[in-house]
Design a binder for this molecule. Structure first.
Ligand SMILES: [Zn+2]
Length: 241
């Protein structure tokens, strides 16, 4: 799965990168000391479009970040420093317009779909097997794929993560959260659906989940992502007497 929520890692490192990216183009490109880690390396090599230049920028950032997030010069989220169309350095964090080619770069929350599967006043929880938040409880779900509707994504995820079909009862709501992915804190739009199992025989995908259980919907524990906690409260309002 992969929905969203209150990711926490490396705020200090991220904040440092952001301030550097927010500076003017000339200052960021000209001063090595002002740039964070590999940003300066990428400014030298990345702009020329050479693969080796980009690669060296990445490795420089990787070695420079000692803990937490490792946001590099080719970040695609809030810390994006380069135009995805022409490779030019951006003067500001998105939303911004590339001075070199005019490309308008926006940052939008990525949609996910999650399921709150209910039965007799309880809901199904899975223990995350992968980072981020490995070992914590979550509800099934994942990112929408391309133009996929969130409801279709929810049905697909139930097959992938639970090995069963579910029946969607209603849309619970959507919640904006944060998801740590590839060293960046990305905004996500988590869509939650209330559902029931079509049959009881769940088969977990060991790559996704290491365990499963049922918790009381009236008294849920804190889950891996804050959007799940909020959706469970709203699900309880729909289901519980
Ligand atoms: Zn551009």
């Amino acid at each position: 799965m992969t929905p969203a929520g209150g990711g926490a890692g490396g705020p200090a490192a991220a904040a440092g990168d952001r301030s550097a990216a927010a500076g003017s183009t000339s200052a960021a490109a000209g001063s090595t000391s002002a740039a964070v880690g590999g940003r300066s390396a990428a400014a030298d090599g990345g702009r020329a479009g050479g693969g080796s230049g980009l690669a060296s920028g990445r490795s420089a950032v990787g070695s420079g970040a000692s803990a937490g997030l490792q946001v590099g010069p080719l970040a695609a989220g809030p810390d994006a420093g380069f135009c995805p169309r022409c490779g030019g350095r951006l003067a500001a964090r998105p939303p911004t317009t590339c001075a070199a080619c005019g490309y308008q770069l926006y940052l939008n929350a990525r949609p996910t779909a999650s399921l709150i599967v209910v039965e007799d006043g309880r809901f199904l929880a899975l223990k995350r097997a992968m980072e981020p938040m490995a070992g914590l409880w979550e509800v099934p779900g994942g990112f929408c794929d391309g133009f996929e509707h969130p409801e279709a994504a929810a049905v697909r995820e139930s097959r992938e993560e639970l090995g069963v079909d579910i029946t969607i009862k209603t849309f619970i709501g959507m919640y904006v959260g944060t998801y740590e992915f590839q060293g960046e804190q990305l905004p996500v739009l988590d869509c939650f659906y209330l559902a029931t199992l079509d049959k009881a025989a769940i088969t977990l995908d060991p790559a996704e989940s290491s365990d499963m259980t049922w918790f009381d919907l009236a008294d849920p524990p804190k889950l891996a992502f804050s959007t799940m906690d909020r959706a469970l409260v709203d699900a309880g309002r729909l289901v519980l007497p």
